[in-house]
Design a protein around this ligand. Structure first.
Ligand code: TXA
Ligand code: MG
Length: 325
C-alpha cells in the first residue's frame, strides 16, 4: 500500500455499524494500513494504526493537510498510555479524574514508544487521550495498540459530528466509516500539556478548564506570561542541530545526503526517503531519517522533493527545520 496512485480513485467507503463484527472488520482494515472514520464522544476521528508510518501518511493525504501537525494517539486506558509516554504523578491524577473523556494530555514521549515519528511530527512529546466511546475503544482493544486520529474533516473544514458528514467530505479517500450516531459533545477535546515546567492549556475544548484547574492550579496559555518566561517550552516544531541544505543538486564535503528518488550522478545517498519516489513512503520516513542523520552528521543536503500532494507537507517541515537556527 505504498503507491498512492494505485489506491485512488476508488469506491465510496462503506458505512457500517458498531456491532462486534463491524469492529472486527474495522480492526482488519486498520491492521492492513487502511483508514477508518470512527466516532468518539467529541467528534468523528480519521483513524490509522499509529505505529504504521505509511498509514499515518495516508491520514495527511486524505485530509489534504498542507503541513504535518502532530496527531492525537487514542488509547484504551492508562496502561496503554504508559507504553507511549512518561506519566508523571500529576498526569496520573488527571488520567484518574478525567479518562475516559474529552481531555488530551501532551506528555514526554517514552523511549520505547512504538508510535511513528510522523504521527508526533518528530517532537519529543506525544498527545494522548482515552475517548469515552465503545466503538473506538473496541477497535483499539482488537489491535492492542494506539490509533492516530485527527478530526475526520478535510483541512480547514468543520469538524464532523455525524457519519454522514464524514462520508460526504472524505468518503472517496478513506476505507471505511463506522456510524455510531451523532457525537454527544460536538466539540474537540481540551488539550493540556503536562511537564516539569508546569501545565499549559494548548486548546480549550469539551472539558471545562475550571475542572482541570481543581487538580493543576491555574493553567497558563501559550501566550500568557508564564509561557513566555519558559522559552523552549512551547517549541512545537522539530528542529535538528545539523545544518540543512534544501533542494540540493550536489553533495558538499562532510554532508550527509538525504535522497528522494534516483540520486544525481556522483552522489551516494546516506539515506533515501523513498528510492522509488513515493511521497507517502517519504513522509513516513521523514522525521526518523532526519533524527538519524542529525545524530551522525553536522550538515545534511536534502534532494529536491516535488511540491504537490504530501510533498507540500514534507517541504513545509523541511523549510521550518532549515530555518530553525
Ligand atoms: O476531540 C478530539 O480531540 C478529536 C477526536 C477525534 O479525538 N481529535 C482532534 O484531533 O481534534 P486534531 O488532529 O484535529 O487536533 C489535534 C491537536 C492539533 O492542534 C495538534 O497540533 C495538537 O493536537 N497536538 C498533537 N500533538 C501535540 C504535541 N505533541 N504537542 C502539542 N500539540 C499537539
Ligand atoms: Mg481538527
Amino acid at each position: 500500500m505504498t503507491d498512492q496512485s494505485s489506491r485512488r480513485p476508488r469506491q465510496p467507503a462503506p458505512i457500517i455499524g458498531t456491532e462486534p463484527a463491524d469492529l472486527d472488520r474495522a480492526a482488519d482494515v486498520i491492521r492492513r494500513g487502511g483508514l477508518v472514520a470512527v466516532p468518539t464522544e467529541t467528534v468523528y476521528g480519521l483513524a490509522a494504526d499509529a505505529a504504521n508510518g505509511t498509514a499515518v501518511a495516508s491520514i495527511y493525504a486524505a485530509k489534504h493537510r498542507p503541513e504535518f501537525n502532530p496527531l492525537i494517539c487514542h488509547v484504551n486506558g492508562a496502561e496503554m498510555a504508559a507504553r507511549l509516554a512518561r506519566i508523571s504523578p500529576l498526569a496520573q491524577r488527571l488520567i484518574d479524574a478525567f479518562w475516559p473523556g474529552p481531555l488530551t494530555l501532551v506528555l514526554p514521549r517514552a523511549d520505547a514508544c512504538p508510535v511513528s515519528e510522523l504521527a508526533t511530527a518528530g517532537l519529543d512529546t506525544i498527545a494522548i487521550r482515552h475517548p469515552k466511546n465503545a466503538a473506538i475503544t473496541g477497535i483499539i482493544e482488537r489491535i492492542d495498540g494506539p490509533l492516530a486520529a485527527p478530526s475526520a474533516n478535510p483541512s480547514q473544514a468543520l469538524s464532523p459530528t455525524t457519519a454522514a458528514h464524514v462520508a460526504d467530505a472524505l468518503g472517496d479517500s478513506i476505507d471505511l466509516v463506522i456510524d455510531g450516531g451523532a457525537t454527544q459533545l460536538g466539540i474537540e477535546s481540551t488539550i493540556v500539556s503536562v511537564s516539569d515546567s508546569g501545565c499549559v492549556l494548548l486548546r480549550p475544548g469539551a472539558l471545562d478548564r475550571a475542572e482541570i484547574e481543581t487538580l493543576t492550579g491555574p493553567l497558563s496559555t501559550p501566550d500568557s506570561a508564564a509561557a513566555i518566561t519558559a522559552p523552549g517550552m512551547m517549541k512545537r516544531h522539530y528542529a535538528p542541530r545539523a545544518k540543512l541544505r534544501l533542494e540540493a543538486r550536489d553533495q558538499q564535503p562532510g554532508e550527509a545526503w538525504l535522497g528522494f528518488g534516483a540520486p544525481p550522478d556522483g552522489v551516494s545517498p546516506t539515506l533515501n526517503l523513498s528510492p522509488s519516489g513515493d511521497l507517502r513512503e517519504a513522509a513516513a520516513n521523514l522525521f526518523a531519517m532526519l533524527h538519524d542523520l542529525d545524530a551522525r552528521y553536522p550538515a545534511i543536503a536534502v534532494a529536491p522533493i516535488p511540491d504537490h500532494g504530501l510533498g507540500e507537507g514534507i517541504n513545509d517541515r523541511l523549510k521550518r527545520a532549515a530555518a530553525s537556527f
